[in-house]
Design a binder for this molecule. Structure first.
Ligand code: SF4
Ligand SMILES: [Zn+2]
Length: 284
C-alpha cells in the first residue's frame, strides 16, 4: 500500500497486488521478474483467486487505485487468460482506477476489451526504459521507439491513462551520462502523453547485470543520482514524475546523509515543491 501523488496534487492511496503467472516472453537484461513467475502458461482461474485472497485481507476504506502487477504483460493471453478478465474487472469495481502493466507491443484490441469490462478508469504501465539508442538496442527489450509512440498514441486516443517506467543506470549507458539520459527519457515519455512517470534505479542481482558490470557495461546507480534525476525532472509539469523507492536502502550512498536524502526523495515524490538540497560535508 502506498500513497502516490495524483496530477491534482492530492495523495492517492494505491494498492499493488503482485500476481504470480506465466513468465514474460521478453528477456530484458535488467529484469529479474522471472523469479516470481510460473513455468508454463497461467492456469485459468489462478489470477482471480490470488486477487480475491489479497483483497480479502484489506481492511478499512478501499484504496483509490488498484495496481495489478503480474511480472509479465497483462494483455498476453498466456499470462492472463482471456476467460479471467471479466472476474478481474469485477474485483476491481470498488476502486476508482486500475493499473496493469504491458510491453508496448502487446497493447491492442485486448486492452480495449478489458477497458469495456471495467467500471473503473484504466491505466496501462509501459516500460520505455531508456531512449539512449545504443543501450535501448542492447536491453533485449525488442522495443522500437516507434512502437512505444504507437502504443502511447493508441492509449491516449482511447482515453486510457499511460504510466511509464524509465530506468536510471540502464546497462550500456555511460555512468557519467546516466542522469542526463534518464531525464531525457522522462521528457520523451511526458511529451507523448504519459500522465505518470516512475524513475526506476536498476537493481543488480539477476546475474546478467553482474556479468555486464564485470565487462564495464553496467554501473549500479546511486542514491544521489536518483535524487538528482528526480530533481532535474522538476520542470516537467504535464506528468507526475516520481522515483521508485522500493529497495531504496540497497542503492549505494553516503552513510552520513543517506537518511536525509531518502527522506528528500520521498518528499519530492509527494509534492511538486522540492525541499532544499541536503548539505553533507562527507560526500559533497
Ligand atoms: S518486458 Fe518487462 S517483464 Fe518482460 S523481461 Fe522486459 S522488463 Fe521484464
Ligand atoms: Zn553525504
Amino acid at each position: 500500500m502506498e500513497h502516490e501523488r495524483a496530477k491534482t496534487g492530492e495523495l492517492e492511496r494505491s494498492l499493488t497486488v503482485f500476481l504470480a503467472g506465466a513468465e514474460c516472453p521478453f528477456t530484458c537484461s535488467f529484469c529479474d521478474l522471472w523469479r516470481w513467475t510460473l513455468e508454463g502458461p497461467t492456469p485459468p482461474g489462478a489470477l482471480p483467486a490470488q486477487l480475491e485472497r489479497a483483497l480479502q485481507e484489506l481492511s478499512g476504506p478501499a484504496p483509490q487505485r488498484l495496481k495489478l502487477y503480474n511480472a509479465s504483460n497483462f494483455f498476453d493471453r498466456r499470462a492472463v487468460p482471456s476467460a479471467d478478465l471479466p472476474r478481474i474487472a469485477q474485483l476491481a469495481e470498488p476502486f476508482a482506477a486500475v493499473t496493469v502493466e504491458s510491453h508496448a507491443n502487446t497493447i491492442g484490441p485486448l486492452t480495449l476489451e478489458f477497458q469495456k469490462m471495467l467500471s473503473t478508469r484504466l491505466e496501462v504501465a509501459v516500460g520505455l526504459e531508456t531512449i539512449h539508442p545504443i543501450a535501448a538496442a542492447y536491453l533485449n527489450k525488442r522495443l522500437a521507439l516507434s512502437s512505444f509512440d504507437r502504443a502511447a498514441e493508441f492509449l491516449i486516443e482511447h482515453d486510457i491513462d499511460l504510466r511509464v517506467f524509465v530506468l536510471l543506470g540502464a546497462p550500456h549507458v555511460p555512468a557519467a551520462e546516466s542522469i542526463e539520459w534518464t531525464v531525457q527519457t522522462v521528457e520523451y515519455a511526458a511529451a507523448r502523453g504519459a500522465a505518470r512517470v516512475a524513475i526506476i534505479p536498476v537493481r543488480g542481482g539477476n546475474g546478467e547485470l553482474e556479468r555486464l558490470q564485470g565487462l564495464g557495461e553496467f554501473t549500479p546507480p546511486t542514491l544521489v543520482q536518483l535524487e538528482l534525476a528526480l530533481e532535474q525532472c522538476g520542470p516537467i509539469r504535464s506528468a507526475v514524475v516520481t522515483a521508485d523507492v522500493w529497495d531504496i536502502e540497497r542503492l549505494p550512498g553516503c552513510d552520513s546523509c543517506r537518511s536525509q536524502r531518502e527522506a528528500r526523495i520521498r518528499t519530492m515524490n509527494a509534492s511538486p515543491e522540492f525541499p532544499p538540497p541536503v548539505p553533507c560535508s562527507t560526500c559533497a
